[in-house]
Design a protein around this ligand. Structure first.
Ligand code: GLP
Length: 242
């Protein structure tokens, strides 16, 4: 695990966007693992900028998002599909058919999880996985006590996570769905390269646990210490407890 500390959020997001753009230029058929959350927003804005100003080409790549809420339709403003369309997919030349998120409205959620894992395998696996971190140390929606070998499955969201994501649902945690489909920790560890972006003072304690603490199912981000090629890009505020 390599930790890269940059002075501020903007510079940290810029490095992540640059790494991603460089990989995409070298490998136009790149399979990208995408993450959502406020932390990733500047990364996607920068990628759109690179597409518009430098012609960064997304036409041959494909994407698999980490997770999606259960029970929220794709066109709902709080769905992760909506987030990705708004911030990236509708603004670059990616083929929509090449963009994948779990279907949180599937009638058979178990079958949907298996289908999603199989689609990743069929695409040849994830070349570059973007990851953020939740306040309880989750990656994707792999809440504390997730198996470190887990695959795509349904997870119940903890009260802490519903609280953290409440601002996107009008401020009330009761409005945040109780369940989500998420890639497993094992699925994330299978990616060939992993980039975790963590910014802001509020993430300092959990980042220190993830990076310097013991590998534990209580902090699923700590499993990234096992990843063969993981870089953690952070700003000084997030790094303040390292
Ligand atoms: C959600 C997502 C995670 C993300 C986390 C952090 O819970 N499922 O993938 O890392 O939010 O969000 P933020 O970047 O808004 O702090």
């Amino acid at each position: 695990m390599e930790v890269i500390i940059l002075p501020n959020q903007q510079k940290a997001a810029y490095l992540v966007a640059q790494i991603l753009a460089k990989e995409l230029k070298a490998h136009p058929r790149l399979v990208l693992g995408m993450a959502t959350g406020r932390t990733m927003e500047p990364v996607y804005r920068l990628l759109v900028d690179m597409h518009q100003k430098e012609g960064l080409d997304f036409s041959l790549c494909s994407t698999f998002n980490l997770d999606e809420y259960i029970g929220i339709p794709a066109d709902h403003p709080c769905s992760y599909r909506h987030y990705m369309n708004e911030l990236l997919f509708d603004r670059v030349n990616i083929a929509k058919a090449n963009t994948h998120l779990p279907d949180g409205m599937a009638s058979d959620l178990g079958a949907e999880c298996l289908r999603y894992e199989a689609a990743i395998t069929q695409a040849g696996g994830i070349d570059l996985q973007l990851v953020g971190i939740g306040s309880d140390g989750h990656i994707g929606f792999n809440e504390p006590l997730s198996s470190l070998r887990s695959r795509t499955r349904e997870k119940a969201l903890t009260p802490a996570t519903r609280e953290q994501n409440a601002p996107m649902f009008g401020g009330d945690p009761a409005n945040v769905p109780r369940r989500a489909i998420t890639m497993g920790v094992g699925t994330i560890l299978d990616s060939r390269r992993c980039l975790m972006l963590v910014t802001g003072k509020s993430k300092a304690t959990i980042l220190a646990k993830a990076v310097e603490g013991p590998i534990s199912a209580m902090v699923t981000a700590s499993a990234l210490q096992l990843h063969p090629r993981c870089q953690v890009v952070v700003d000084e505020e997030a790094a303040s407890e390292l």
